[in-house]
Write a protein that binds this ligand. Structure first.
Ligand code: ZN
Ligand code: ZN
Length: 435
């Protein structure tokens, strides 16, 4: 366990001391399933004690004050029972069929509560012995717990397992790995959380083993099924796809480049490819390869791609022009406005052009406005877009032949006109922004 990786490991240590008992002797488990993360506790060290015996006056850990009867009652009422499901009043038949292990409810069990349960059970070994159970032995495999018990007369038996198993594999460990991965959490953060709570959990090796043995094959299987269904649904109509590349570590030695293609109408990903980024090739090359593979997959499934929307990547623009002449290529507005904004920011870095910083947001908004109000008329779009060059010089009416002869905003209050840093015609910032 890599406690030292956590910046507040000291805190963890203090908290796990809460209610601590004598150090436990641990040995390797005889269960031949998972040598990495199991441990069991020897007989005797965890002998069942009464609540009084557990109270060690020399124990420096925290103590909870005893609750009065009233407080105990209010303590038992769920305070956050927003959901009706939280309180179940109906008795359920113990023999009712078992639910799917994924769907069935799981609970956080305290050891003290488990001991209370064991105390209620008589031995009931093969001799029908009714002696009380006085000792128990725990065995854990990751988050799994099994409890063996011994009665006053010395009979022992396996009493209980906390999780269903598939062979020797406790299902909770696989489901825990799945929950961490599918919720997009980091394993180390989850491990830290379990340590703070002092809940037994899986270790890193088990997590990665479960990923490669069960989770990745399951994801792959479901993705293939999903893709088949998506393609089945869209095969009947010509497609407009949105494509983009994502790097696992943007801007700093990325290892993988993921290219995804989404059907714009259904907003479903219909193809993607993951490419390792090698030092020999540029990021543009890996983007091209990713795009070609994702497109190739769709073409083998006979999808009819009519239109592709991407960012302003030059590599993809060239690739579409050369290799996919039948596909209409459009530039996505969000990327366009972002990259125009970035260009203005770059221009503002030039000497005496700092005033352009004031205009970045307005220019970004203007490309959105032009595009949304041009009624799909490309000429009008260009005229509206270019009108920004008038507005920034405090000119709001300019006439001419086009449908765009003036700004669409209401007359500006004097105060605004006075306080706005307008650009001067033919000034350096103005010429830079024109570019
Ligand atoms: Zn017995
Ligand atoms: Zn204006």
């Amino acid at each position: 366990m890599e406690v030292d990786q956590f910046p507040i490991s000291i805190l963890t240590h203090n908290i796990t001391n809460f209610g601590s008992q004598n150090p436990k002797n641990e040995r390797n488990s005889p269960i031949p399933s998972d040598p990495i993360c199991k441990n069991s506790v020897l007989w005797g060290t965890s002998a069942l004690q009464t609540d009084d015996e557990q109270d060690d006056p020399n124990d420096s850990s925290f103590h909870i004050n005893e609750l009065s009867e009233d407080e105990e009652e209010s303590f038992l009422v769920p305070s956050d029972a927003e959901d009706e499901d939280d309180v179940k009043h109906v008795f359920q038949d113990i023999d009712s069929p078992l639910e799917n292990p994924v769907d069935e409810e799981k609970y956080l069990v305290f050891e003290s509560c488990l001991k209370k349960l064991i105390r209620m059970i008589p031995c009931m070994s093969e001799t029908k012995c009714t002696s009380p159970l006085t000792q128990y032995r725990k065995e854990t495999i990751g988050s799994y717990l099994s409890v063996e018990v011994r009665c006053q007369s010395g009979h022992t038996r396996l009493l209980w397992e906390s999780q269903p198993r598939h062979g020797y594999q406790p299902l909770g460990n696989v489901l825990l790995s799945a929950a961490v991965l599918f919720s997009g959490s980091s394993f180390l953060t989850s491990q830290h959380m379990f340590k703070l709570l002092n809940v037994k959990s899986i270790d890193k090796t088990t997590y990665y083993k479960n990923q490669s043995m069960y989770l990745f094959p399951a994801i792959n299987h479901h993705w293939k099924e999903e893709q088949k269904a998506v393609i089945q649904n869209i095969r009947e109509r010509p497609l407009c796809l949105a494509g983009d590349r994502q790097l696992d570590n943007p801007g700093f030695s990325p290892k993988y480049s993921v290219y995804s293609l989404m059907d714009v109408a259904s907003k479903k990903i219909c193809s993607f490819s993951v490419e390792p980024v090698t030092p020999e090739e540029t990021l543009e090359d890996s983007e091209k390869v990713g795009f070609q593979k994702a497109m190739g997959e769709l073409q083998t499934m006979n999808a009819e791609v009519k239109m592709i929307v991407t960012d302003r990547s030059v590599a993809i623009q060239e690739l579409l022009k050369d290799d996919y002449p039948g596909i209409v290529h459009l530039v996505d507005l969000w990327h366009l406005s972002k990259s125009i904004g970035n260009e203005v920011l770059m221009a503002a870095k030039h000497k005496d052009c700092e005033v352009l910083y004031e205009w970045v947001e307005a220019i970004r908004n203007h490309i959105w406005w032009s595009s949304c109000t041009c009624s799909k008329n490309p000429d009008l779009l260009i005229h509206k877009w270019k009108s920004v060059l008038q507005h920034v010089t405090n000119v709001h009416e300019w006439g001419g032949d086009s449908d765009c002869k003036a700004c669409h905003h209401p007359p500006l209050p004097e105060e605004v006109v006075k306080n706005t840093k307008w650009l001067e015609k033919n000034s350096l910032p103005m010429n830079n922004s024109k570019r």
